[in-house]
Design a protein around this ligand. Structure first.
Ligand SMILES: [Zn+2]
Length: 630
């Protein structure tokens, strides 16, 4: 392992509070950072928040706050959660930090000076929610965003562009240079195919909103702000002082980015292209993990099944939560948060396999040897020792390949060997026959294997492993790890100490149940929300069919206003125009105007749908036009 190790989580966008996926990314990074430290590397672990962009500007406006105040609040929730979770980050960067802003401006200047940034005009379908432009070919049916499914809008603006197209060959050469540059490998292939199909230049500024980093003064173009992706990606080097105080830039020589699969393209294509333009080294690894579902369903606020990481950690303990997340999901695949699976993991892996093994050791050490055990080097467990060291030797490559679930699976084989040894050896019978030196041999063997296990498990469950080591009279640190894991050494004697059971069995689920009628519940609105809808009675004074449409009728409706409204109604399959003319209908009068088949519709006529189709909703008796429906 290299002497320096730099690991970054994504910087989390402050438009949402922390969820399980954020926790997974961060905990995975924390495990990588702790593992590297324990292997003697000097580590810089970066996490933080992405705070600029149109979405933040809009969210803040809706709450009557400044974007900065809004970012402070949500960003603060992330930082507090990671602090409460003992995440061992070295810096929590915010893209509103002044050194970051300076670095981004400097990057813009360099890229512009070397011809990689130029001014042009951009026109495209834009998703406000994802802050992404899409090609026609990428859009879903009806022009919806392929990432989030929301409608996109046509946007035309003067933009600065980054010459991504110039880097196609160098990017392909880079992907080819290292098979495990992008993990999992299936995603690497996706990226290569995408780049092989040709790259378009990336628009890197916006004029449609203000909440972003301004262009450097040298550009003399104050109406532009730097697009969030150029801003955000730069955090990985500005956090190390690039562009300002570069004393931590040495960590950049060995950088690992952990990200969600949804942002892989930005990290595997645009980011290295930016770095090439800045003449900076490229990251060593980009690891893209999957998404989390709950009981097989996508988590969302509207479904009422989203779960906060804090809630799980409070209910089951942070370390069990960490273990579950890293043990249950093959890296790169989507994970499912099922409470039952978590309980099974705690009961079988933690309470039973690991916890009981420690309890058995400490119990016997206390009862038979007053906690002092020393081995006489009897050839009792030679075979088992060989097996354990062989397993331990396979672990590091699994960790480096991000195969945490396999790593933990292998590691648990060590504990299984320990449990089997106790069962087969029957120390309680040996004590009766006076073979206490053989029992001491067993206990020293158990203490060693538990310590080796704890050293390997420590990056994932640091607190529990510290307690295990403490009960064995040893400290978890780099020298101990080198001796017991790398050099496969065995300690000859231990002074043990009592330790209350680390993992209690769990008998019943502890989380608040998902509301059974989640959808119904999520659909409730407040009276204030309802009051936003203006409903009025109106008379249809004219109705005709919209040409080439079986469904649409073009109505003129008198809502008691100066001029009747033109409204397009989708009831043509159920009403002839003459059957509607002269009757009264109920109208949503404050609906945003929309164009249907080329006709503007300023309102919506209400209809009732059942198995026979649509019938218009009407007042019971003749009513004044414009009368409100309440
Ligand atoms: Zn979108």
């Amino acid at each position: 392992m290299s002497d320096l190790f730099y690991v970054t989580s994504p910087i989390y966008y402050v438009n949402d509070v922390p969820h399980i996926g954020h926790a997974y990314s961060t905990i995975l990074c924390d495990a990588l950072a702790r593992n590297a430290r324990l292997r003697g590397a000097e580590v810089f672990f970066l996490t933080g928040t992405d705070e600029h962009g149109q979405k933040i500007e809009q969210a803040a406006k809706a709450r009557n706050e400044t974007p900065k105040a809004y970012a402070d609040k949500i960003g603060g929730e992330f930082k507090k959660l990671w602090d409460d979770f003992d995440i061992s980050y070295n810096r929590f960067i915010r893209t509103t930090d002044s050194d970051h802003e300076l670095g981004v401006q400097k990057a813009f200047e360099i890229m512009r000076a070397n011809g990689d940034i130029y001014k042009g005009e951009f026109e495209g379908q834009y998703c406000v929610s994802c802050e992404t432009f899409w090609n026609e070919s990428q859009l879903l049916e009806g022009g919806a965003c392929p990432d989030c499914g929301k409608p996109t809008e046509l946007l035309k603006e003067e933009n600065y562009f980054f010459r991504t197209s110039a880097y196609q060959d160098r990017l392909l050469a880079w992907y080819a240079s290292d098979e495990s540059l992008i993990l999992p490998k299936s995603r690497r292939n996706e990226v290569i195919r995408f780049v092989e199909n040709g790259l378009e230049d990336l628009s890197v500024t916006r004029t449609t909103f203000e909440w972003g980093i301004k262009l450097p003064k040298s550009a003399n173009d104050p109406k532009h702000v730097i697009y969030v992706w150029l801003d955000a990606l730069m955090n990985y080097v500005t956090a190390l002082g690039w562009g300002t105080d570069e004393h931590n830039m040495r960590f950049w020589s060995n950088a690992t980015h952990v990200i969600g699969k949804d942002i892989l393209r930005f990290h595997a294509i645009y980011w290295p292209a930016f770095l090439m333009s800045l003449n900076l080294p490229l990251p060593k690894r980009i690891a893209a993990h999957g998404w989390w579902t709950r009981d097989g369903a996508k988590m969302s606020k509207s479904k009422g099944n989203a779960i906060s990481p804090r809630e799980v950690a409070d209910a089951y303990g942070l370390e069990s939560f960490r273990y579950f997340m890293l043990r249950d999901v093959p890296f790169g695949q989507d994970g499912d948060f099922a409470e039952k699976a978590l309980i099974d993991r705690v009961n079988s892996d933690l309470a039973n396999d690991l916890g009981n093994l420690l309890n058995r050791l400490l119990g016997m050490a206390d009862r038979y040897f007053a906690f002092n055990v020393a081995a006489a080097d009897l050839p009792c467990f030679d075979e088992e020792k060989k097996q354990i060291d062989a397993i331990a030797a396979t672990l590091d490559p699994l960790f480096e390949a991000m195969q945490m679930h396999r790593y933990l699976e292998e590691l648990w084989k060590i504990f299984a060997i320990g449990n089997k040894a106790v069962n087969d050896f029957k120390p309680w019978e040996k004590m009766k026959t006076g073979a206490s030196d053989q029992v001491a041999e067993l206990l020293v063997f158990m203490a060693n294997l538990l310590l080796k296990g704890a050293l390997a498990l420590s990056p994932i469950m640091p607190k529990s492993c510290d307690l295990i080591a403490k009960s064995l009279g040893v400290t978890i640190d780099a020298p101990t790890r080198r001796s017991l894991i790398d050099r496969a050494e065995w300690i000859a004697s231990f002074t043990l100490a009592a330790q209350p059971p680390l993992f209690a069995r769990i008998d019943a689920p502890r989380l608040t149940e998902i509301p059974t009628n989640a959808e119904e519940k999520a659909n409730l609105i407040t009276i204030d929300e309802f009051k936003k809808v203006e409903l009025k009675i109106g008379s249809v004074i004219e109705a005709k069919r919209v040409e080439h449409s079986a469904k649409l009728l073009l109505l003129r409706v008198d809502l008691g206003e100066d001029v009747p409204r033109q409204i397009v109604a989708g009831v043509g399959e159920f009403y002839a125009p003459e059957a509607i003319e002269g009757t009264q209908v109920c109208v949503v009068s404050n609906l945003k105007p929309a164009k249907l088949m080329g006709f503007e519709s300023r309102g919506m006529v209400l209809a009732i749908e059942d198995k026979n189709g649509l019938r218009l909703a009407r007042p019971e008796t003749a009513t004044a036009n414009g009368a409100p429906i309440k």
